[in-house]
Design a protein around this ligand. Sequence first.
Ligand code: GDP
Length: 298
Amino acid sequence: MFDTLSDRLTSVLQNLRGKGKLSDADIDATAREIRIALLEADVALPVVRAFIGHVKERAKGAEVSEALNPAQQVVKIVNEELVAILGGETRRLNLAKNPPTVIMLAGLQGSGKTTLAGKLALWLKKQGHAPLLVACDLQRPNAVTQLQVVGERAGVPTFAPEPGNGVGDPVDVARRSVDEAKRAQHDVVVVDTAGRLGVDEEMMRQAADIRDVVQPDETLFVVDAMIGQDAVTTAEAFRDGVGFSGVVLTKLDGDARGGAALSVRHVTGQPILFASNGEKLEDFDVFHPDRMASRILG
Ligand code: GDP
């Protein structure tokens, strides 16, 4: 991901090298090139506008540095604005003062929620927590089994409806899981919820009902970074329908253009907490805006 964007930005910025002083026309031309590169990478238009506006204003402003030549100065500004668009500081997971901390996962089917639940459980375990996975995706056939499988791989138990009792009520499962966590001394509960292929009202209502019952400390919106511009509309629908406190980007290992990753923070106002970059449980990490910006700028 980001290979093309990365190449484009690097070459645009390289064109500035060797120039002594940058005229406003140089800066405008550079900004235009960056704008095209971002749009071609599928970055949402409002994000591109804000980004270019800041870069231009700062590059034309009186930011004169003794240590950097004008071209380096522009690179520095672009880097800092990329970090800002990605959220600035690394945002840590919010843990409850009185455990269990409840983390609810929401997102479209196929976004990587169930896989993420396993990754998060393993990560939490390595951090010294005792997580409990909760199967509230009772819509998709096999979702419960899939969660149990990733749970086993992570060495974390899964709370699921008893087999043989019909499909079960996800809201009831969610409610009982918190009692189970207290009883068995799990300090973090990770609730996997149902997704659909597209946003639909019933899914939103169910997620909202689960949210009301478990009162999550974090609701993480899980989004496939490969879905391009659709990521923005999906994020907006989840923000309005369920609300979320953070974002997890999945499939960053793909070869899509990556605009979703660059847009979702700015568009939703919520920070990106984690990133997934592969199918293995270890392919997962805390999201660091500064590292991602450095990666994009090559
Ligand atoms: P859910 O429907 O939201 O629960 O999605 P799943 O967890 O079942 O994931 C859907 C598919 O995406 C599965 O085939 C996963 O193996 C795959 N997947 C999940 N996360 C990643 C990732 O970060 N990278 C890649 N390449 N594949 C992923």
